[in-house]
Ligand binder design. Structure first.
Ligand code: AMP
Ligand code: GLY
Length: 415
C-alpha cells in the first residue's frame, strides 16, 4: 500500500517512523514533511491546508491510506474532501473536529453527557463577562473560543489580569471576532490520554505527559510543548480505567448521538484533581510531542489500526513495556522571536531516536527552520534510564542556537 502523511513536524515524523515499521507499506509520502522525514519518506511540496492539491495528489498516486497530523488540515476540511472523493483517510471530519476547534461546543457536550470538567460560561459581551468573573473566586481561566494555536488561554490571578485579557479577547478582537469561555480553575497534575476512535469504538493508547512551559521548574511562557514521557507512574490503573470508561468512551458515544461521529485520534487533556479526573480540553488529533513518546511503544502494526478506524473494523493494540522520554531542542527565543538557518551537527552520533520538528536541508547541511527544531527520544527499562539516554544524546547534538529543558519527567522522577 502507498501511504501519505500530512504535516511537517515531530508528530508527523513519529507517524512516518511507525508506518515505516509496517510490512504493509510499499511507499511512504509526506506533504510537506521536513529534512528528517525526508530520510524515511518522499516529501511532496504541498502545504497541509491545500486540500484540493492533496486530494488530487492522493488520487493520481493511488494512495491507499492518508493520515492527517495537524489540526489546521482538519479545520481546512481535508477529511471531508478525501471522503467525498472516495479516498481512505484517517482523521475526523470538520464537524467532528469542532471538539477541538470550538471550546464552547466541547464544553456543552461535556455538560450534556455528564463528562467531568470545570464549570464554565460562554460570553460574547465584555461587560457581562467581566461582571461574571468579578463574582467568582480567582484565579479565573479565560479561553478564547476559536483556533489560537495554544495562545488563547489566560489564567488570571487578579481582576486586573482578567480585565486585560477580556479586553484583548472581546473588545480589541486581537484574535478575531469571537467568544470567551470562562472556566473554574482546577489544580493537579495534567496528563494526556490519546485514543484511536471510530464511532463508538475506543482504543486507548499508553498515557503520556507534556511539559508546556519553556524553562526548567515549569517556569516561563507557555509553548507547544518542551518534552514528554510515557508511562506515568502517578496515574493508577484505576485512574486510567475511569478516564477511559467515564470520559473517553462517553465522549465518543456523545459524538455519535450528536450526528458527528468521530474517526481518528481523540486526545483527552486530563487533570488528576482532588475531586477525581477531569477534562481540561479535547483535541481532534495526535498530540505533539506526546505522539513521539507514545508511538515508539506501539508493538502492533499501525496500518491495521489506521485502516480499522477508517473502515469501521476491530483491531488489537499491543504495547512495549519499555519507557520513553523525549526532550525538545528549541531555537533560542522560542516561543517568542527566533532566528532560523543555524547549522545542526552531530545527528549521526546520536544513539537513540531523533524526530525532526522544524528542520530544512540546505545543500548537504541540515539547518534550523522553526521554533521547536528537534525531539530527542531516549528509551530504557525505567524512566530514569530513558532520561539519562535522552540527555546523553542531546549532548551529542551541536548547534549554537538551541536550548532545552533538563528536567523533563520531573513529576515522575524528582518529586
Ligand atoms: P488548553 O488550551 O485548554 O489546553 O489550556 C492550556 C493550559 O492552561 C492547560 O494545559 C492547563 O495547564 C491550563 N488550564 C486550562 N484550563 C484550566 C483550568 N480549568 N484550570 C486550570 N488550568 C487550566
Ligand atoms: N501537546 C499538546 C498538544 O498537542 O496540543
Amino acid at each position: 500500500m502507498k501511504v501519505l502523511v500530512i504535516g511537517s513536524g515531530g508528530r508527523e515524523h513519529a507517524i512516518v517512523d511507525a508506518l515505516s515499521r509496517s510490512p504493509q507499506v510499499d511507499k511512504l509520502f509526506c506533504a510537506p514533511g521536513n529534512a528528517g522525514i525526508a530520510q524515511q519518506a518522499e516529501c511532496v511540496a504541498i502545504k497541509d491546508t491545500e486540500v484540493e492539491r492533496l486530494r488530487d495528489f492522493a488520487a493520481a498516486e493511488g494512495i491507499g491510506l492518508t493520515v492527517v497530523g495537524p489540526e489546521s488540515a482538519l479545520a481546512a476540511g481535508v477529511v471531508d474532501a478525501f471522503k467525498a472523493a472516495g479516498l481512505r483517510i484517517f482523521g475526523p471530519t470538520k464537524a467532528a473536529a469542532r471538539i477541538e476547534s470550538s471550546k464552547e461546543f466541547a464544553k456543552r457536550l461535556m455538560a450534556k453527557y455528564g463528562i467531568p470538567t470545570a464549570g464554565f460560561r460562554a460570553f460574547t459581551d465584555y461587560a457581562e463577562a467581566k461582571a461574571y468573573v468579578a463574582g467568582r473566586p480567582m484565579p479565573a481561566v479565560l479561553k478564547y473560543d476559536g483556533l489560537a494555536a495554544g495562545k488563547g488561554v489566560v489564567i488570571a490571578r487578579t481582576m486586573e489580569e482578567a480585565d486585560a485579557a477580556l479586553r484583548d479577547m472581546l473588545l480589541d478582537d486581537k484574535f478575531g471576532e469571537g467568544k470567551v469561555v470562562v472556566e473554574d480553575y482546577l489544580e493537579g497534575p495534567e496528563f494526556s490520554l490519546l485514543c484511536f476512535v471510530s464511532g463508538r469504538r475506543v482504543w486507548p493508547m499508553v498515557l503520556s505527559q507534556d511539559h508546556k512551559r519553556a524553562y526548567d521548574g515549569d517556569e516561563g511562557p507557555n509553548t507547544g510543548g518542551m518534552g514528554a514521557y510515557s508511562p506515568l507512574p502517578f496515574i493508577t490503573a484505576e485512574d486510567e480505567r475511569y478516564a477511559v470508561e467515564r470520559i473517553m468512551r462517553p465522549m465518543a458515544a456523545a459524538m455519535v448521538e450528536e450526528g458527528c461521529p468521530f474517526e481518528g485520534v481523540l486526545y483527552g487533556g486530563l487533570m488528576k484533581t482532588s475531586r477525581g479526573i477531569e477534562v481540561i480540553e479535547f483535541n481532534a488529533r495526535f498530540g505533539d510531542p506526546e505522539t513521539e513518546v507514545v508511538l515508539p511503544r506501539l508493538k502492533s502494526d499501525i496500518v491495521d489500526i489506521f485502516c480499522a478506524v477508517a473502515d469501521g473494523r476491530d483491531a488489537q493494540l499491543e504495547w512495549h513495556d519499555f519507557a520513553t522520554l523525549g526532550i525538545v531542542l528549541a531555537s533560542k527565543g522560542y516561543p517568542g522571536d527566533y532566528e532560523k538557518g543555524h547549522a545542526i551537527g552531530g545527528l549521526d552520533r546520536v544513539e537513540g531516536t531523533v524526530y525532526h520538528m522544524g528542520t530544512k536541508a540546505d545543500g548537504d547541511r541540515i539547518v534550523t527552520a522553526g521554533g521547536r527544531v528537534l525531539f530527542v527520544v531516549g528509551r530504557g527499562a525505567t524512566l530514569a534510564e530513558a532520561r539519562e539516554r535522552a540527555l546523553a544524546d542531546v549532548a551529542r547534538i551541536e548547534c549554537d542556537n538551541l536550548f532545552h529543558r533538563t528536567d523533563i519527567g520531573h513529576w515522575a522522577l524528582d518529586e
